[in-house]
Design a protein around this ligand. Structure first.
Ligand code: SF4
Length: 644
C-alpha cells in the first residue's frame, strides 16, 4: 500500500501563528484566556487546558477571574468584542490571521458608503463570518447557497461589494459571483478566499481522484475539514473522516493500493504523522491475510456505513465487494434508513447472498437482530425475566410485541387480569410481560402479562392488609356502584360501602350519590377475612349526639314526611333523625291511617312529646299543638271541672 500525504495538510500560516502565540504566552506564568477555542481541534484545546489556558466566550466571564492575557484566535471577532475585552483591563493579544484582518478592513471601509451593500459568501453562523459582520457599518448580507444568490433581495441601484469567508469553496464563490452579475448587479468582487484553503482543496481534489481511499483528519467542528471531506467523498467513496488515529481501523485498508491523507487547517502535524505511522505499521502477513479475506453466506460481518439512502445502506465490509442492506432487510417496519444510520457508523449484519447480481454482497440486519432478540427471549424465558416492549400490532386474538426484531405473541386471555373486550388501546403502548413458552422453530414465543398483574395485585393486597385496621380513615376510588352499595378500590383490595353506611341520613339509591371513578374518603368499619366494610358515618357527624337538647320534650319542630306505615308517619327532622308521628297524634278527629291525611314529602309541624336518644326514638304530636279544647282532650278548669 502506498500512503500519500498532501503537502498542504495540517496547520495553515494563520492557525500556526495563533497556536504558537498561545503556547509561548503559557510560559509567562500569568493567567491565559482564549476567546473561544483557539482552533477547532479537541486535542490541541485539551492540551492547552492542561497547561492552564481557560476558554472564555464573553468578556463578562472575566469579571470573577484574575487579570491576565486574552488571546483572540485566527478567525477574528467583531469590533465590539475587542472593545468589551479592552474595557476589562486585561492584556489583549490579537492573533486574528492577517488575511482575515484584511477582510475586516474591507468590510469596515466599504460599508461606510451608503450606496454600498456588503455581501459575504460563507456560513452565517461560522465564527469568522460573525466576526466580519461585526466590522460592517451597515447590515451585510450573507449568502451560503446558490439559491440564496438567485433570490437576493437587494435594490439594483446598490453596488455590491462581495467578500468571502476565507475557507469558502472557490467554485461556489465564482458561481455566486456569476449569478449576481447575471441578475444585473454592479459589483466589486474581492476574492478573499485564502490561498491556503484553495491549495488544500485543490490538492484534496487531485489526491482523491488518484487514490483508492482517502483519510481526512480534523476536528468534527472544523468547517474547512468538512469541506475537504466533501470534496474527497465525491471522487473517492472510501473516504474516512477521523479526528485521530484512534478513530481509524487500519484493517479496512488492506485491499487498497494507494491511500491518500489530507488534513484540515487546525490539525497539528503530530496527529497527521501518527496516522501515517499507524497505517504503515501493518505487517506484510496481515496485509496478505486481508487480501485473501473470504466471507460466506450466513456469516456475521462488521462494516462501516459509506452511503445511505432512504431504502438502502451501503457498507464497507473489508471485502472486495461492498455490502448492501435493503430497507426490507433492515427491519420489519418500513423505515427511512437515512433516519436510523449515518455515514461513518459501524454496524453488524449477516451475509444473505454473496452476489446480489450487481456484484454486491446482500446483507440482512433484521435477521441478525431477530437472532439476537431470540437469544434474549430465550434467556428471559429461562430466567423468568420481566421484559418491556411496545405493542407493534393488535391482532384478533391478542397482541404482538417486538423485542429486537423478534416477535412475541400475547394471547388476549393473558393480556390482563380482567377480561378486555377491546385491545386497541394497547397499540403502541409499552407493556411488561414474561415469556411462558419459547419455541422459535414452531414460531411459538408466547408472552404473559396477566401473571405479572396478578402477582402485583397480590403483593399490593398483602401490603394493604398489613397496613390497615378498623377505624382507619382510607381513601379509594369508586370501582362499581350497585343498588345496595359501592365498591371502593383501596389499592390492593376493594371495600364495600353499604347503602346504610353512606350517610347518617336516608340514601334512596347509591347511584344517585356515587359514580365510577369518584374519590372517596371513608373509614374502615369492619375487616372480616378479606372482606372490608367501609362507612361514611363518622361519629363526630352523628346527628343524635345533641338530639336531646335540640329536640327536647315540648320543642315545636318542622320536618318532612319520609315514609308512612299504618300506625304512623316518620318525619325526617334532619338527615339521620326520623321521629314517629303516631296515627293517634295526627289530628283530634279519628284518623284511620296516616296516608288518609298526609303525603310523603309533605312538611308538618308538631311538638316533641317524648325522646330517647339512646334508642334513637322521638315521638311527635300535632294534636299537642292544638288548644286543649281543640285537641278534644279533657282539661281541668280552675274550678276543678273537666272539659273536652
Ligand atoms: S486559512 Fe488562511 S485565512 Fe484562515 S487562518 Fe489559515 S492562513 Fe489565515
Amino acid at each position: 500500500m502506498r500512503i500519500k500525504i498532501a503537502k498542504t495538510a495540517g496547520f495553515c500560516f494563520g492557525v500556526k501563528r495563533a497556536v504558537d502565540l498561545v503556547y509561548s504566552i503559557t510560559k509567562e506564568n500569568i493567567p491565559v484566556y482564549t476567546y473561544g477555542d483557539i482552533i477547532h481541534n479537541e486535542n490541541v484545546v485539551s492540551d492547552l487546558a492542561a497547561r492552564g489556558v481557560t476558554v472564555i466566550n464573553s468578556a463578562g466571564e472575566l469579571n470573577d477571574k484574575p487579570s491576565g492575557v486574552v488571546i483572540i484566535r485566527s478567525h477574528g471577532v467583531p469590533r465590539k468584542v475587542i472593545e468589551e475585552l479592552e474595557a476589562t483591563g486585561n492584556r489583549i493579544e490579537d492573533a486574528t490571521c492577517p488575511f482575515v484582518k484584511k477582510i475586516h478592513k474591507y468590510a469596515s471601509d466599504y460599508s461606510k458608503d451608503p450606496r454600498v451593500q456588503i455581501v459575504i459568501t460563507g456560513s452565517p453562523d461560522h465564527d469568522e463570518v460573525v466576526g466580519i459582520k461585526g466590522w460592517c457599518h451597515s447590515e451585510p448580507v450573507v449568502i451560503e447557497t446558490v439559491e440564496q444568490a438567485e433570490n437576493l433581495d437587494v435594490p439594483k441601484d446598490k453596488k455590491l461589494v462581495i467578500l468571502s469567508q476565507t475557507t469558502f469553496n472557490e467554485n461556489k464563490f465564482k458561481l455566486i459571483v456569476d449569478i449576481l452579475s447575471k441578475i444585473g448587479y454592479d459589483s466589486i468582487v474581492l476574492n478573499t478566499i485564502c490561498n491556503a484553503t484553495h491549495e488544500r482543496q485543490a490538492e484534496a481534489e487531485s489526491l482523491s481522484r488518484e487514490c483508492d481511499a482517502m483519510i481526512v483528519i480534523g476536528g468534527k467542528k472544523s468547517s474547512n475539514t468538512q469541506k475537504l471531506y466533501d470534496i474527497c467523498i465525491k471522487n473517492c467513496v472510501d473516504t474516512y473522516y477521523i479526528q485521530t488515529l484512534v478513530d481509524l481501523d487500519p484493517s479496512r485498508f488492506g485491499s487498497f493500493r494507494c491511500v491518500g491523507i489530507t488534513a484540515g487547517a487546525s490539525t497539528p502535524n503530530n496527529i497527521i504523522e501518527e496516522v501515517r505511522t499507524g497505517m504503515a505499521e501493518k505487517s506484510f502477513d496481515e496485509l496478505l491475510e486481508e487480501s485473501f479475506k473470504t466471507i460466506h453466506n450466513g456469516e456475521v460481518v462488521e462494516g462501516t456505513v459509506i452511503a445511505v439512502k432512504p431504502d438502502e445502506i451501503i457498507l464497507n465490509i473489508g471485502y472486495k465487494s461492498e455490502g448492501i442492506i435493503t430497507r426490507q432487510e433492515y427491519s420489519n417496519n418500513p423505515v427511512d434508513l437515512t433516519t436510523v444510520v449515518n455515514v461513518g457508523d459501524t454496524m453488524e449484519a449477516k451475509v444473505l447472498k454473496m452476489n446480489d447480481g450487481e456484484g454486491q454482497v446482500l446483507l440482512t440486519y433484521k435477521r441478525l437482530a431477530a437472532e439476537k432478540g431470540n437469544k434474549k427471549l430465550e434467556e428471559a424465558f429461562e430466567n423468568h425475566t420481566v421484559l418491556k416492549a411496545p405493542v407493534s400490532q393488535v391482532l384478533n386474538g391478542g397482541l404482538s410485541v417486538v423485542v429486537e426484531e423478534a416477535r412475541v405473541f400475547i394471547p388476549a386471555s393473558l393480556v390482563s387480569d380482567t377480561f378486555e373486550r377491546n385491545l386497541d388501546k394497547y397499540q403502541g403502548q409499552e407493556i411488561e410481560f414474561v415469556i411462558t413458552e419459547f419455541n422459535p422453530r414452531r414460531r411459538r414465543i408466547i408472552g404473559d402479562r396477566k401473571q405479572l398483574l396478578v402477582a402485583q395485585k397480590a403483593e399490593q393486597k398483602k401490603e394493604l392488609f398489613d397496613k390497615i385496621k378498623v377505624g382507619d380513615v382510607v381513601e379509594g376510588t369508586v370501582k362499581n356502584v350497585t343498588d345496595f352499595g359501592a365498591f371502593i378500590d383501596l389499592g390492593g383490595a376493594d371495600g364495600l360501602l353499604h347503602i346504610s353506611e353512606m350517610s347518617w341520613g336516608h340514601i334512596e339509591n347509591p347511584k344517585k350519590v356515587f359514580k365510577v371513578g369518584d374519590r372517596v374518603k371513608c373509614f374502615i368499619k369492619e375487616i372480616n377475612g378479606e372482606k372490608i366494610a367501609l362507612s361514611l358515618k363518622f361519629q363526630d357527624e352523628n346527628p343524635w349526639m345533641d338530639a336531646e337538647t335540640k329536640f327536647a320534650v315540648g320543642t315545636i319542630v318542622t320536618g318532612k314526611v319520609a315514609r308512612m306505615t299504618d300506625f304512623g308517619a316518620f318525619i325526617e327532622l334532619e338527615p339521620g333523625v326520623d321521629a314517629l308521628l303516631h296515627v293517634s297524634q295526627i289530628a283530634k278527629e279519628h284518623v284511620d291511617k296516616p296516608s288518609d291525611v298526609l303525603k310523603t314529602g309533605e312538611e308538618v309541624t308538631a311538638k316533641v312529646v317524648d325522646i330517647n336518644a339512646e334508642s334513637r326514638k322521638i315521638s311527635l304530636s300535632i294534636k299537642a299543638l292544638l288548644a286543649p279544647e281543640e285537641s278534644g282532650e279533657e282539661t281541668e278548669s280552675e274550678d276543678g271541672e273537666k272539659s273536652e
